[in-house]
Design a protein around this ligand. Sequence first.
Ligand SMILES: [Zn+2]
Ligand SMILES: [Zn+2]
Length: 396
Amino acid sequence: MKRMFPIKAEILAVEDLQVRKESTIPGGGDRFFARSHPISVHMASESGDGNCSAWAARDPSGVLSPYKFNRRSVQSGDVSLKITHCGVCYADVIWTRNVHNDSIYPVVPGHEIAGVVTEVGSDVKGFKVGDHIGVGTYVNSCRNCENCNSSLENHCPESVFTYNRIDTDGTVTKGGYSTHIVVHERYCFKIPDGYPLAKAAPLLCAGITVYTPMVRHNMNQPGKSLGVIGLGGLGHMAVKFGKAFGLKVTVFSTSESKRDEAINLLGADNFVISSNTQQMESLKNSLHFIVDTAAGDHPFDAYLSLLKVGGVMALVGFPSEIKLHPTSLNLGSRTLSGSITGGTKDIQEMVNFCAANKIYPEIEIIKIDYINEALARLVKRDVKYRFVIDIENSFK
Ligand SMILES: [Zn+2]
Ligand SMILES: [Zn+2]
């Protein structure tokens, strides 16, 4: 696909550097954050009464309020989706509050989208009206690079995030806190019959974010052992996948209050308070795998020392930096690996796996008028384990 705005893209790239220098974004997160655009970017098509009702943040206060805008009409390869549910991800806090200095207001967040197909373009092969489908963290890519050709669209240099990015038609993408969305069918995923749409929503970001590295690093080997750091939206899905893969799962948390649910609700085999050095010491060289979902800064050496020889720790969060002693990797030939969301093939595989194995995220359903409280609670990690907005009943 040809980039339609080469000149603008170049100007933005220069400003990128400035934004990135001033922000606290770690260099390693460049694919996730590098497409910084100045806040002043404004597209004429955004204003006025539109065909789509939404809630948007207007400025870095991050406060959301009702907003209307226009979605494009359905093109030949597009699917139009009536959104019934949208999960609330920590990314929604980041971009409504301009944490990375790249928010393009008004920001309509939401990239855990589930709903029902209402219209398909003439070339659409995979979906029909009435199908239940999901849309995740990206809605476009070049469709012609090495990564796209390997179903790794999440790593395409031209991939377009579901909101707060400039799409190939020049419009700013707007996410799932809205009544409908129009997306090329390549970035839509079939939700099998009988899988509740409310529970499907968190699979599209939280689910795939932990599923991808777990499968890539062969963590689906029954009998092996997995550590999960952090027990939020991502962590609780890692525990569920771990149990479905037949692993012995140990949860590492800072909060004793999560012990009961980790074991009795989520099915973890073991629960460890990470500040308890005695407990940590007793687990040295005992784990085959670790999935690190912690968003905040934390030591790495202590966790890496828990891995057996050849063990793998997969990082899916964005701490401000990673500091570790080389011996933590070299002794034991351990691997520290990163990952972000997943390609289209993996997303569909993960959704199908959840349906086949009856894996359901734990959710708290809210209406859109509770979203400001919900985001505030998310910042305090006061959610078990994912807020999902009942979009269908919020805009009546
Ligand atoms: Zn997300
Ligand atoms: Zn590509």
